[in-house]
Each structure stands twice: as structure tokens, then as C-alpha cells.
Design a protein around this ligand. Structure first.
Ligand code: SF4
Ligand code: SF4
Length: 78
């Protein structure tokens, strides 16, 4: 059994503070320098595979901008 994770970042709440970028143990979050939110911030986004769904990013985000999804992948029965 393994766990795959994914995050969604709300443009409405993210202020590009980078706390989640530095908190992610898998180093899969960065700020998107190609985009600005309507409030004028570069939003966080997931840049590569490897998210485990640990939710540390969501816990450190001061604006509750991150939603974490987890998918449990079951192996074949022996
Ligand atoms: S911690 Fe929250 S507000 Fe800061 S960059 Fe990450 S998602 Fe955006
Ligand atoms: S849930 Fe964990 S692994 Fe996934 S992006 Fe957030 S801090 Fe990184």
C-alpha cells in the first residue's frame, strides 16, 4: 500500500509568502513566477511528483489556502 498526494492552492487566499515552499519535506512546491493572482501575488503550486499528502504545507499556511488530497493505492492481495 502506498499513498499519493496532491494539493490545490486557492488563488483567492494565497499571498505568495513561501512558507509552504520551505516547509514541504518533499520539496515539490514552488511559487509560480509566470502567474499573478487577481490580488497581485505569485501563487504557490506543485511542481513535480512526490507529494505524499502529509499536509504539512496546509498546516503552515497562514491563510488556509491549501487543500490536500490523499489517495491510498492498495497493492495486490498476496
Ligand atoms: S503558505 Fe499559503 S499563502 Fe504562503 S505561499 Fe503557501 S499557499 Fe500561499
Ligand atoms: S502535502 Fe506534504 S508532500 Fe504534499 S505538497 Fe504539502 S507538504 Fe509537500
Amino acid at each position: 500500500m502506498s499513498v499519493n498526494g496532491w494539493i490545490e492552492v486557492s488563488d483567492m487566499y494565497c499571498k505568495g509568502c513561501e512558507l509552504c515552499v520551505h516547509a514541504c519535506p518533499q520539496e515539490v512546491i514552488d511559487l509560480n513566477m509566470d502567474r499573478l493572482t487577481t490580488k497581485g501575488f505569485h501563487p504557490a503550486y506543485i511542481v513535480k511528483e512526490g507529494c505524499t499528502g502529509c499536509a504539512i504545507c496546509a498546516l503552515v499556511c497562514p491563510d488556509s489556502a491549501i487543500t490536500v488530497y490523499r489517495e491510498v493505492v492498495k497493492g495486490r492481495p498476496a
